[in-house]
Design a protein around this ligand. Structure first.
Ligand SMILES: [Zn+2]
Length: 255
């Protein structure tokens, strides 16, 4: 009996995965906008972060929706706001951490399945059923100086985003969120993983600029604003970033 039930459940999960793979492929045609749910998580259980999270509201995420609206405008998608963000309730559990580098493809596949199951079971209701779910892992800046890598999956459209839980970091957090969000829509990284320097020309906001350095903006998936051939600055807010042609093509804005 239990064995049969387990098989049925596994088959249902498999059917959902297949269906989702299919949906992910067809819906990058921007015939309608994407609804994103952002779910805050207090990683260290810090009281300070908890107090900060209580102050968050949907308006705080409006700059991300506005940014995508502005960046999409030249591509004439016929959507005034291609991406809408909704703030969901706090999630108490931590999404599973991705495997460390070098653990192999199998552990990555298992992790991505675990993460998707996590997302199905940890999706507090928001007013419009979300197409994309982003778990915002807020860390206490007093407890750690650096954030570990964020990860987002286009298959399943889910993200695990490491941020600092302090209003001082909000603008920078929105850059990280927007970057990870585009990963869920098939955009790829355009920086060198070992040096974090944007890759020329794809990771440059203005690859044709004369002189080339310093650049004024970061390409969102390039991550940083190149200052010289060997140095780049972290953008302070989305105002210092833009979406380049290659990224626009990957997410289906440019055909
Ligand atoms: Zn990335």
């Amino acid at each position: 009996m239990w064995r049969k039930l387990r098989i049925v459940i596994l088959l249902l999960i498999l059917a959902t995965v297949v269906q989702q793979l299919w949906l992910d492929k067809v819906d990058l045609d921007w015939k309608r906008n994407f609804y994103v749910a952002v779910y805050p998580v207090n990683v260290d259980g810090s009281a300070k972060v908890s107090a900060y999270l209580r102050t968050l509201n949907t308006e705080d995420f409006e700059p991300v929706a506005e940014y995508f609206a502005e960046e999409a405008a030249p591509y004439k998608l016929g959507l005034r706001r291609p991406i809408e963000l909704q703030l969901g309730a706090l999630v108490d559990e931590l999404p599973p951490a991705p495997p460390a580098n070098g653990e192999g493809i199998l552990s990555t596949i298992i992790w991505s399945l675990k993460f998707r199951i996590f997302a199905w079971t940890n999706s507090p209701e928001v007013s419009v059923k979300p197409d994309i779910r982003m778990y915002l892992l807020y860390h206490d800046p007093a407890a750690q100086a650096e954030l570990s890598h964020s990860t987002a999956l286009s298959k399943g459209r889910i993200g695990r985003v490491n941020l600092f839980g302090d209003s001082e970091y909000h603008q920078q957090n929105m850059v990280i969120l927007a970057h990870e969000l585009l990963h869920t829509l098939n955009a790829t990284d355009k920086y060198d993983l070992s040096t974090t320097l944007p890759v020329y020309p794809d990771g440059y906001a203005e690859p044709g600029k004369m002189p080339l350095y310093p650049q004024d903006f970061a390409e969102l998936m390039g991550g940083r604003i190149p200052q010289t051939e060997t140095s780049a600055e972290i953008p302070k807010s989305l105002k210092h970033t833009l979406i380049g042609d290659i990224t626009a093509r990957e997410i289906g804005w440019l055909r």
